[in-house]
Design a protein around this ligand. Structure first.
Ligand code: TMP
Length: 222
């Protein structure tokens, strides 16, 4: 099973991933968490370039190709092997983030991005994508509070420093993807208190797991 989490800065993905793992383990899944960018050792070096606030002259195409390079390494050395091995993989961001940040928000050609995804993903697609949705005003306020208090690193603030209009485009882009692919996306209101968000996510995943089991029984694959 392959689960991805998406959302704007400050949407609470990191906190909720921990809860998802606890839940999946309680259901007997052998669960692994990973992230993009930076899910591999090489990806960690690419992440440092991408998120360094000092790199404010990074060309948008260079940025796109670095995200895809990170992903190519991640897909071949981590994601495919783990999924083939029957693990439940929970990934903090995946290719939807590129469509939204580099496509909808930076304005790069969506068809070019899709072609790169065809090349890099080799058919890999999440079974379910949880979108933690909230306004950029609230998300950025939370993110900067964490950065100032030291719970989030200052060295990775290149995107937090983008203008509000950029984050508005990111949010609208995510909601548009969710509208286009309702069978894969589940949108959760992340402005709510984190315990309530956790409950919503667990409810969504419980339902998803049950429906998967029913579908597997009907096709005789279990
Ligand atoms: P995060 O690990 O805190 O979510 O930070 C990753 C940042 O990188 C976040 O601002 C979103 C951005 N990003 C992209 O712009 N494109 C991508 O493809 C991915 C995976 C992330």
């Amino acid at each position: 099973m392959f689960i991805t989490l998406e959302g704007i800065e400050g949407s609470g993905k990191t906190t909720q991933i921990k809860n998802i793992v606890t839940f999946l383990e309680s259901k007997g899944y052998d669960c692994i968490t990973t992230r993009e960018p930076g899910g591999t050792a090489i990806g960690g070096k690419i992440r440092a370039i991408l998120l360094d606030p000092g790199n404010n002259d990074l060309d948008p195409l260079t940025e796109l190709l670095l995200y895809e390079a990170d992903r190519a390494q991640h897909v071949s050395s981590i994601l495919k092997p783990l999924l083939c091995d029957g693990k439940a993989v929970v990934c903090d961001r995946f290719y939807d983030a590129t469509t939204v940040y580099q496509g909808f928000a930076r304005g790069l050609d969506i068809e070019l991005i899709q072609e790169l995804h065809n090349l890099v993903l080799k058919g890999l697609k999440p079974d379910i994508t949880i979108l933690l949705d909230l306004t950029p005003e609230v998300g950025l306020e939370r993110a900067w509070r964490q950065i100032k208090s030291g719970t989030r690193t200052h060295c990775e603030t290149r995107f937090e420093k983008e203008a509000l209009v950029f984050h508005d485009k990111v949010r609208a882009g995510y909601l548009e993807l969710a509208r286009r692919e309702p069978e894969r996306f589940r949108v959760i209101d992340a402005a709510k208190d984190k315990d309530q968000v956790q409950k919503e996510i667990i409810k969504t995943l419980s339902f998803f797991i049950r429906s998967q089991k029913t579908a597997d029984q009907q096709t005789g694959s279990v």
